[in-house]
Design a protein around this ligand. Structure first.
Ligand SMILES: C[S@@+](CC[C@H](N)C(=O)[O-])C[C@H]1O[C@@H](n2cnc3c(N)ncnc32)[C@H](O)[C@@H]1O
Length: 318
């Protein structure tokens, strides 16, 4: 490993389990319309729900891993958030996504589906063990066809708030290396030191591309009342984008994250179909009604003024 991990001391609870940080660094998902819908094998269950039962081998590949092509990074500048002795261009995964700056990268250990995090900043948890621990995701979640939002992820059991549910896997890429930087499933992740005291803006980042290779988390849809967040954490020395429950989630519920105002906002062209009472689309409708009313009022005011003007005596021409 070329990049040393910066160790920070942090408070430990009485049980030896660290408290979650209050201001998680969230992942920003840049997602476009899905093209993967027809590449799966569906069946209509007796309860009327369309479920995916298995995947074929065509794209996108179901890969619960990080992959990367070192050549894609050869022309990239040395990241400003990397320590002086970092390895660049990267030769292995941790040269690229080494967890530096533990403030926002708590270790999830090598188990999943619980609310614990590892308190040992020099722990030996490995991505290989984490991948094994998250490979049984189908026991916990299932993919279903939704009415208006393509494929969605549904729980097969209940989860407590604070539980790490999985991670966003895929190909680690630079923006410049992508033919289509507007690919459907790009997750931005900062690289190097992400300590809060790092003054550099914007922080260098790469993308986890789930378009061709990725895991189930790329099917998590947006909701304006989301019950999960994407959050930077670590497994040993490796930085991951974890999916964390921010509410208690019952069995049979669709998982959702908030894609952000830039994706589904008042000024975006895309329309959200999450349907919750606090949905941005309801706000949009309210706003449009207000604007319409204002327009009508202004028109009425203008008409009144012009009528008044027409009653004024014409100027006397000399
Ligand atoms: C990362 S994909 C999520 C998985 C996707 N449903 C699929 O079938 O692959 C993001 C896409 O899902 C759809 N989607 C997700 N949340 C939505 C929402 N709240 N309203 C409408 N479409 C949504 C949109 O087409 C969006 O571009």
């Amino acid at each position: 490993m070329g990049i040393p991990v910066t160790i920070y001391s942090s408070p430990t609870g009485p049980t030896g389990v660290k408290k979650r940080r209050s201001s998680p660094r969230r992942g920003s998902l840049k997602i476009r319309r899905t093209r993967s819908r027809d590449r799966f094998f569906w069946y209509n269950a007796s309860d009327g729900v369309s479920r995916i039962v298995s995947f074929n081998n065509s794209n996108p590949e179901q890969v619960n891993n990080y992959t990367f092509a070192p050549a894609e990074f050869h022309h990239e500048p040395y990241p400003t958030t990397f320590p002086a002795n970092g390895v660049w261009p990267p030769r292995q995964i941790d040269d690229l996504v080494c967890a530096i700056g533990s403030e926002n990268s708590d270790c999830v250990g090598d188990t999943c589906y619980n609310g614990n995090i590892c308190e040992d900043l020099e722990c030996t948890h490995t991505l290989a063990a984490w991948r094994a621990a998250t490979s049984d995701w189908e026991k916990h979640f299932e993919l279903r066809k939704t009415e208006h939002r393509g494929i969605g992820v549904y729980t097969r059991r209940a989860f407590r708030q604070g539980t790490v549910l999985g991670w966003y896997a895929g190909e680690l890429r630079t923006l410049a290396s992508m033919d289509d930087s507007n690919s459907d499933y790009l997750m931005e992740i900062e690289i190097g030191d992400i300590s809060p005291n790092t003054p550099l803006e914007p922080t260098p980042s790469i993308y986890i591309d789930g378009e061709r290779k990725g895991n189930w988390t790329r099917f998590i849809n947006h909701s304006c009342a989301a019950d999960c967040v994407f959050r930077i954490m670590r497994v040993g020395n490796t930085r991951i984008m974890a999916v964390e429950a921010i509410k208690d989630i019952p069995r049979g519920k669709e998982l959702s994250v908030d894609y952000g105002e830039e994706y589904y906002g008042l000024t975006t062209k895309k329309r959200c179909a999450c349907g919750v009472p606090e949905c941005v689309e309801r706000r949009r409708i309210r706003l449009e009604k207000v604007m319409e009313r204002r327009k009508v009022e202004e028109k009425a005011k203008r008409n009144k003024i012009s009528k008044r003007c027409s009653h004024v005596a014409p100027p006397i021409l000399v």
